[in-house]
Ligand binder design. Sequence first.
Ligand code: ATP
Length: 256
Amino acid sequence: MLLEARDITKAFGSFKAVDAASVTLQQGDVLGLIGPNGAGKSTFFNCLTGDLALTAGKVFLEGHDITNRPPEARARLGLARTFQVPQTFEGMTVLENVMIGAFLRTSHRAEAETKARAVLARVGMERLADAPARSLGTPGRKRLEIARALATEPRILLLDEAMAGLTQREVQLAIDLVRDIHRSGITLVIVEHIMEVIMSLASRVMVFHQGREIAHGTPQEVTSNPAVIAAYLGTRAAAKVAAGHTPIELMGGPAT
Ligand SMILES: Nc1ncnc2c1ncn2[C@@H]1O[C@H](COP(=O)(O)OP(=O)(O)OP(=O)(O)O)[C@@H](O)[C@H]1O
């Protein structure tokens, strides 16, 4: 087993944003984390990356307890992440931004540059290498965020709403990129509101509601689960599903 989160609880004061959630990740998985706004997805995700300290529970990477390891140490062990709001260094070029990721594995500037250029080619941004990061729009920033994470040479990549704010066409291109990344052998965890992304990419989906896991299964299984539909849309919509509407259509995904 590559990654295991066991009984993760994260409380803010007396409020449990995540309440005893567990998940396992095998090499090659694409795990989708979904749920309505405020369900606890980002909090759970940040517990996996080490950006939040747990109230209770444990995180294991290949059987080693990493619960108390900071994000940098986890990155060195092969766990990389992107941020919902891209953490771009505005005053630097695109290439320099990606080199920051590469410097995790090397202290030599020339080697970091070579690696960063290779990653930029891989994500289709080589022509933008010398552009200032501040000149990028949303799709470019989201892609740059992925490039910087790839430059750390991860085994697991955690994507936090990497496609939010993109047009339909840009989402398609981003799905292609993520599929490529997966094919290269990287295991993925994806937090995403766009159901099309989850349906296209995830092999397994974990559904959060009010800090708890309410369903787990294939995309098809969870999106036709009445508890999931009710959590997203309320019981009235769940009744519509029962009356024959397709659940994905009701969740805002592609009409099937
Ligand atoms: N630092 C914090 N302090 C207090 N409460 C917080 C904090 N971070 C998150 N919460 C609360 O925890 C709950 C879960 O938030 P979280 O951001 O994990 O949900 P989410 O499923 O990612 O939602 P969204 O899809 O809107 O990003 C929410 O009620 C949120 O207000």
